[in-house]
Design a protein. Structure first.
Length: 279
């Protein structure tokens, strides 16, 4: 680490760090450096305990997560707390699951710090919608299936499916759509996508606690996702991914392969049916 000449974590500053989806090995070196130097770690519910264990002995760990997936009335309080700790001269590590700027309110906290004149640094993390899906053997892009991808939150400020989403745009836009925070409203979300023109038979998957020892993956279709999720009793945190890329999982489930499951060398059926239509 020393050879890397890491930036100094100065007292009175805040580092806004993404902890990745779970597996501590996915933390960045800057994230680890921050954990080794922070005086206070203000962490969210989604931060894996194995990551928290990397904090310097003696660092204060402060929980600032939201409970029950409700919109947080405490967001302002969290920002104020960060400002207060920094003004106290601490090295403040604000640790968030995934990437702090992906559906993580990192922007809001950073703006509050900027407004209060507190120096801050942002350390991106591996977002669950990319890295978590990779742990399920699902690439978010694949040349034969999609050249674009859409990330959507299934949860707005009110806790409901966000208003103002352009469902036709989402359905017809990118072939791969990745939903965060979508389990609670899965039935509505899937219904809206189908009503907007996405075929009910489109492959889909639900990935629970990606990259943790409790990871679970349910393969389904857009039309049957809500029923299958309920039948399996799935609980958040969950990603919902819709698109042909899900089929690749049968060939790319490297975690399953490590546990002895067989991989399919031709999951898209290219050898059987020829390549997908290409431009
Ligand atoms: N900043 C985070 C997202 C925060 S929103 C990121 O970049 O990943 C919270 C949502 O993220 C959860 O409801 C879930 O949809 C998703 N999520 C985060 N970690 C996850 C994990 N390990 N497995 C599955 N979903 C996860």
């Amino acid at each position: 680490m020393q050879a890397l000449d890491m930036p100094e974590f100065s007292p009175g500053s805040v580092w806004l760090v993404g902890a990745g989806p779970g597996d501590p090995g996915l933390l960045s070196l800057l994230g680890l450096h921050a954990l080794q130097h922070a005086d206070v770690v203000v962490y969210d519910a989604l931060v894996d305990v194995r990551v928290l264990k990397l904090a310097r002995t003696g660092a204060l760990l402060e929980y600032a997560g939201k409970r029950g997936g409700r919109p947080s009335p405490r967001q302002r309080d969290i920002s104020l707390r960060l400002v207060e700790l920094a003004r106290d001269g601490r090295r403040v590590l604000r640790l968030k699951g995934g990437d702090p700027f992906v559906f993580g309110r990192g922007g809001e906290e950073a703006l509050a710090l900027a407004g209060a004149g507190i120096p801050f640094r942002v350390v991106p993390g591996i977002t669950s919608g990319i890295g978590g899906l990779a742990y399920a053997g699902i690439p978010v892009t694949h040349r034969d299936t999609n050249q674009s991808v859409t990330f959507v939150t299934g949860h707005g400020v009110t806790g409901d499916v966000p208003d103002g989403l352009d469902w036709e745009g989402i359905a017809r836009g990118a072939p791969t759509v990745v939903f965060y925070m979508a389990l609670k409203h899965l039935e509505r979300i899937a219904g809206l996508l189908v009503a907007a023109g996405r075929a009910a038979g489109t492959p889909a998957a639900i990935v629970i606690r990606a990259s943790t020892p409790e990871q679970k993956v349910l393969e389904t279709t857009l039309g049957t996702a809500a029923r299958d999720a309920a039948a399996a009793g799935l609980e958040p945190p969950a990603l919902f991914v819709v698109g042909e890329v899900v089929r690749l999982r049968s060939g790319l489930d490297w975690l399953g392969a490590a546990e002895g499951r067989l991989l399919d060398a031709d999951p898209l059926g290219v050898a059987r049916h020829g390549p997908a239509e290409s431009a």
